[in-house]
Design a protein around this ligand. Structure first.
Ligand SMILES: [Fe+2]
Length: 367
């Protein structure tokens, strides 16, 4: 079903000095993040007219051969920069079926060197196609940076909406491993249509806040086109209620010109569940040959921030639901293992890791 009741927040209200405008933004965000886990955003300074030309540059990159794209593949950096080939990432609830997409990751800001030294794979240097795709890097960084700025405004509004000091969430993102992703959802062939292949399996985002500027479908001739059918697109699941214990499956019907901002797991945990990380999925069309490009900017908590409900939300239920406290960085490592981007051996570093040391000392003693 389509649901027109998801609120719209105007960032001009957030930055306004008028208390009534700020209150309007807070009320919209409280309802949107509390019930739906996402909000439509207007009054942003993201240049949506730059999306089409940006996507065109990414299509030029993905059209290159695997050999040409190989130098952008960074498995040893857990794919956190550069190219992720098709069928690599697998959502936690997907039963092992990878998503039918190929992607690119780049960070729009200079990295935090202290955090990078402690969490190497979360902060690799950006990597760019060679030979360059004209305009790709510039448009990419501009989009990521403007989405991040919108995210910062929303986090201020989110803190106000919960009667918290307004820097509560912006303080914990300083030096975070914020990253922008561009995705190419791949065309299905005749045999694949209707077989349950998903472009993006139902999942929740594991970061603090995700900003989505909007996607674009391409018809089998590769031309930008309107949605081919009702089957394809973004669906989300609303909060469970007594009446709807599994929540309601709602189609994301984004008003013209708006961004979408989604609550990630980190924001859910900090707010003890007051704000909800929304399960969402990207369904593939019921016709062959169509593809879709989209992008997302992920705002992360800094890796050494503690992920646990903030004091005002530490009810016994919230403590039970979100214990034990963990660092945002170790949480990220565990999640990247779970979704198939980091190797399982990454988990060995999350506990004692010198089990062999005493053995080798004793062996030397015996020698
Ligand atoms: Fe997502």
């Amino acid at each position: 079903m389509s649901d027109p009741t998801i609120p719209i927040v105007d960032l001009n209200d957030v930055s306004s000095s008028d208390p009534a405008a700020r209150a309007r933004a807070s009320a919209a965000l409280r309802e949107a993040f509390g019930t739906y886990g996402l909000v439509y955003v207007t009054g942003h300074h993201v240049d949506r007219s730059a999306l089409q030309p940006f996507y065109k540059t990414f299509r030029e990159f993905v059209a290159r051969s695997v050999e040409q794209k190989q130098h952008c593949l960074r498995a040893s950096d857990w794919y956190q920069r550069g190219w992720t080939p098709p069928n690599t990432e697998t959502a936690v609830a997907a039963g092992g079926q990878p998503d039918f997409k190929e992607c690119y990751f780049a960070a729009p800001h200079a990295r935090d060197e202290a955090n990078a030294s402690q969490y190497r794979e979360l902060y690799p240097e950006n990597v760019w196609p060679e030979p360059p795709v004209p305009g790709f890097k510039e448009r990419y960084l501009e989009l990521g940076s403007s989405l991040h700025d919108a995210g910062v405004q929303l986090l201020i509004a989110a803190a106000r909406a919960l009667d918290l000091p307004e820097d509560t969430f912006t303080r914990v993102i300083e030096g975070g491993a914020h990253v922008t992703r561009v995705l190419d959802y791949l065309p299905l062939d005749e045999k694949q249509v209707g077989t349950g292949i998903l472009w993006g399996e139902e999942h929740t985002d594991f970061n603090l806040l995700t900003l989505l500027p909007g996607g674009q479908f391409y018809n089998p001739a590769g031309e930008p086109s309107a949605r081919p059918d009702d089957k394809s697109g973004l669906y989300l699941r609303t909060r469970a209620t007594a009446e709807h214990p599994q929540g309601l499956r709602v189609r994301g019907a984004v008003p013209e010109g708006c961004l979408v901002a989604q609550v990630g797991q980190q924001l859910e945990i900090l707010t003890g569940g007051r704000f909800l990380a929304t399960p969402h999925e990207i369904t593939a069309p019921g016709v062959p040959g169509w593809s879709r490009l989209s992008s997302a900017h992920f705002v992360h908590m800094a890796p050494n921030e503690v992920l646990f409900p903030l004091a005002p939300f530490r009810s016994p239920e919230a403590v039970a639901a979100y214990a034990p406290p963990v660092l945002a960085g170790t949480y990220a490592i565990k999640t990247l293992v779970d979704i198939g981007l980091a190797p399982r051996t990454a988990l060995d570093k999350l506990g004692y890791r010198h089990y062999d040391r005493l053995d080798s000392i004793k062996a030397a003693e015996r020698a």
